[in-house]
Design a protein around this ligand. Sequence first.
Ligand SMILES: C[S@@+](CC[C@H](N)C(=O)[O-])C[C@H]1O[C@@H](n2cnc3c(N)ncnc32)[C@H](O)[C@@H]1O
Length: 192
Amino acid sequence: MNDQNLKDIPKMHLHISAKCKEIGFSMPSDLYIGSLLKSLITSKPNSNLLELGTGIGLSLSWMIDGMDSHSRLITIDNDKKLIDISKGFFGDDKRVTIICADGEEWISKYDGDKFDLIFADAWPGKYSLINETLDLVKKGGFYIIDDMAPQPDWPEGHSEKVAELIEYLENRDDFNLTKLNWSTGVIVATRK
Ligand SMILES: C[S@@+](CC[C@H](N)C(=O)[O-])C[C@H]1O[C@@H](n2cnc3c(N)ncnc32)[C@H](O)[C@@H]1O
């Protein structure tokens, strides 16, 4: 499938992509995970959403596009430069809270409402504090991760980390799991 097959790319995405090239951001989420997030979020009106790993805001633009006016979203990254860029794009949207923090610290301290969807796109919430993060998913809510399919540029030892994570998720009997050959390899886990 090529990019032309995706018809509903968020308007802001073009501007964020330009910024991404300008600063040489090397970890952008692709269009396909964005499209999936948007569709899943549209299924959850009045929702509470979390993104771990704001990056430059590419996936965030899709998530926001899927939200209704009553939904709210928190997104977190520990890179102040990236957070400032995302605030430049989305800082005026009252539904969205953009936080510069270490993900592990933030997850450990968070005691607010649970989430209808968590997109875990940073080390914390995926390779660390996975249990604590899954605890934050509401019944019927989604936990989404990408970058699960082997890539030639993975550092040594990473494929073992990925295999461990998949095995851990497969052994959780409180989630239903679907592994998708989509984007960079996606897992959709839904809390029973
Ligand atoms: C794969 S990128 C996210 C890409 C983003 N979803 C996008 O579409 O632009 C991972 C992000 O996690 C952030 N990150 C890495 N370690 C982190 C930590 N300990 N706490 C919070 N964010 C972290 C990085 O700064 C990076 O922006």
